[in-house]
Every structure is written in C-alpha cells, then in structure tokens.
Design a binder for this molecule. Structure first.
Ligand code: NAD
Length: 337
C-alpha cells in the first residue's frame, strides 16, 4: 500500500525536492496540500493531480482528519511553525514527518513528541543524512571502530541560503527560526552524534557573526565545541557566509571523512588507509525518496522510524545549550539529559 502524504508549505524544499521525490517513492504518493498561497495551487494540481477536496489552508488543516486518503502530514514550513502544525496534524490523527530543525527549542520538541504519542501517530524528523549510505556506514563505524577509538571530530556546514525563501527571507528573522545554527548547525550536531554513537554532555559556543547589518538577532556564523564522554570533542562551524561541508573523524589509528557530508546528490569520502566512501542512492532527489520510503515502511510495519522525534529533541537540547553558551560569550554549558 502507498501512504497518502500531504505536504505543508509549498516553498523551495517542497517544490524542488519533496514533490519530485514523492514521485520516485515506492510506498508514498502525494495526496494533499496545505498552503497559505492559493496562487501556487493550480501548478501543483497540474503537476501532481491532487483533487480540490485535498487542498487545505493553514487555518483549516484540522479538516484533514476527515480525509482518509491522507495518512501522513509532512511539514516543510519555516521553523517556528513546526510545533503548532505538528500538534494540529497529530490531533487530526495523522502521522507526522517534520523538517529539521525539529522546533525552536527542546520544550517545543517535547510537546510535539507528547502530542504524537497521545494520538498514537508516528513522528519522524527529516534527517535525510540518516538514510544516506556513507553516513550510515559512519554510524556503523562508531560501533566497529576500524581505526580504534574516536579521538576528535570536525563538522562544518554552511551555505549562502539566507537570501533564499519562496516568499521572504524568514531565515533572517529570529521570530521564525532564522540563523545558521537552526538551518545548518543541526547537521553538525546530528552528524557528531551519529558518528560517535554518543550523546554530548556539554557545549561551548561563540557567535562569530560579522555582518550585523544583515544578520540582526540571528547568527550568521556560529563556532561551537561539543564535549562527549571519554574526552571526545567535536569542533563545529556553521555559517550563512561560507560554503562548508565536511565531516572529519580522527581516531587512534587513522581517520575518515565525508566531504561533502550533507549534499543532496550524495556524499563521498575517504579514509587514511585508502578506503573510499562512494556508495550512492542516485541523483537528487533520490535521498528524499529513500527517506520517505523508509519512514513509510516504519508506519506500515508499525516500528519506530530511523529518526524519530526523540532524535530531533536531542539536537534541540544541544542547540538550547549552544545558544545559552553563545550568549555568555563561550562559557561551558551542560546539555540537558
Ligand atoms: P521556503 O522559504 O522556500 O519555503 C517556506 C514555505 O512556507 C513557503 O511556501 C511559505 O509560503 C510558507 N510559509 C508559511 N508560513 C510562513 C511564514 N509565516 N513565513 C514565511 N513562509 C511561510 O523554505 P524551505 O527552504 O522550503 O524550508 C522549509 C523547511 O524545510 C525549513 O524547516 C527548512 O529547515 C527545511 N529544509 C530542509 C532541508 C533538508 O535538506 N532536509 C532543505 C531545505 C529546507
């Protein structure tokens, strides 16, 4: 059976990646649209054949409860809407897939997990890298330790995306979850966690924004260091001012890295012994299709998804602590367990 997916927010990610990816899936189909921009509807209907009865606005999203063709609501809006829309979808009895970052803070993330649990629906976070084969191999190497124990990591993620936004530059707006840390810093945090298989205990962060004329109340560049058990550290930089895309792991007897480690077209990498990491799902948007198929199978087989709400929540706790540290000028802040 193919699960019916309603896309919420018809911006760049939905238009360029999720919509086209849905057509490549084996277990999903586009069954509904939720948008505040009526002018976008005709094009989507023309392309995907979504019936009039399956088009919703943000104010009447609760009506999805009455549509049996929709099994899952996929939220791809600015970050401040992830929590209220997740609650609305869960209360309508639909499974929820929500884009990263999960929410604005850990408190919101906890409320989202609670709402999905209370309504007996699944919650999966759009961590597409957790479905990418080379990243999955890194997760496995955290267990098998082919180069000995991990000593330190470096994870850098940045792009010039603050200019982009279908309707306006919400990535520059603190009230809507703007800034590099929410947008790209989560890749560094998530990768540091899945590459070690460990949870960080503390963080130090420094806001290194230089262009305050553009970045007002949001971070352009954030440098942060995660402290893991066993004296393992992850040194991270995230930025809207630089193109950064490398994950490097130093071990007792060698190293391995992916560069890029969060590309739409797949990751590639190498190790100190000459190993190459070249496994590929195929050109973009195959990764998003794989993610949605895996998350659909989790629903169909009634088992947890690879990146459940709890996975997003752990990253939100790190972000909360990192923002607190940056406000104090880089003091060590413990991460809530
Ligand atoms: P975008 O600006 O291109 O699209 C956002 C959409 O939300 C637009 O259609 C806009 O009309 C709509 N919207 C509804 N309420 C809004 C409001 N109050 N303010 C502004 N827009 C509003 O953004 P995007 O790049 O599509 O990002 C959407 C989400 O997807 C974000 O959470 C982002 O982090 C995530 N994302 C994830 C990936 C990934 O690789 N996993 C990639 C890109 C974006």
């Amino acid at each position: 059976r193919r699960l019916g997916v309603a896309l919420v927010g018809l911006g760049g990610y939905s238009t360029d990646l999720l919509g086209p990816a849905l057509r490549l899936t084996r277990h999903c189909r586009l069954a509904g649209l939720v948008t505040g921009s009526p002018h976008k509807i005709a094009k989507w209907q023309e392309t995907y054949g979504v019936p009039d009865a399956a088009i919703y606005g943000y104010d009447d999203i609760h009506r999805i409860a009455d549509n049996p063709d929709i099994d899952v609501v996929y939220i791809a809006t600015p970050n401040h809407l992830h929590k209220p829309l997740t609650l609305a979808a869960a209360n309508a009895g639909k499974h929820v897939w929500c884009e990263k970052p999960m929410a604005m803070d850990a408190g919101e993330g906890e409320a989202m997990i609670r709402a999905c649990r209370d309504n007996r629906v699944q919650l999966a976070i759009g961590y597409r890298m957790q479905h990418e084969p080379n990243s999955r191999r890194f997760m496995e190497m955290a267990r098998t330790q082919p180069f000995g124990g991990i000593v330190q990591l470096r994870a850098d993620a940045g792009w010039f995306g603050w200019r982009q936004g279908a309707d306006d530059a919400w990535r520059l707006d603190p009230a809507r979850g703007g800034g590099a840390m929410y947008d790209m810093g989560v890749y560094c945090v998530n990768a540091s966690r899945y590459s070690t298989g460990l949870e960080p205990v503390a963080v130090r962060a420094w806001d290194e924004t230089t262009r305050r004329d553009i970045f007002q109340g949001v971070d352009e560049t954030m440098r942060f260091t995660l402290e893991f058990p066993g004296d393992i550290t992850a040194a991270c930089v995230t930025s809207f001012g630089r193109d950064l895309n490398t994950l490097h792991v130093d071990c007792e007897r060698g190293w391995y890295e992916l560069s890029p480690f969060q590309s739409y077209d797949g990751n590639v990498g190498r190790a100190s012994d000459g190993t190459r990491f070249t496994a590929q799902l195929g050109a973009s948007p195959r990764m998003q299709a794989e993610q949605m198929d895996q998350d659909a199978l989790a629903i169909l087989e009634a088992r947890p998804p690879r990146a459940p709400g709890e996975e997003g929540l752990r990253d939100m706790r790190v972000l909360d602590a990192a923002f607190a540290s940056a406000r104090s000028g880089g003091e060590r802040v413990r991460i809530a367990g």
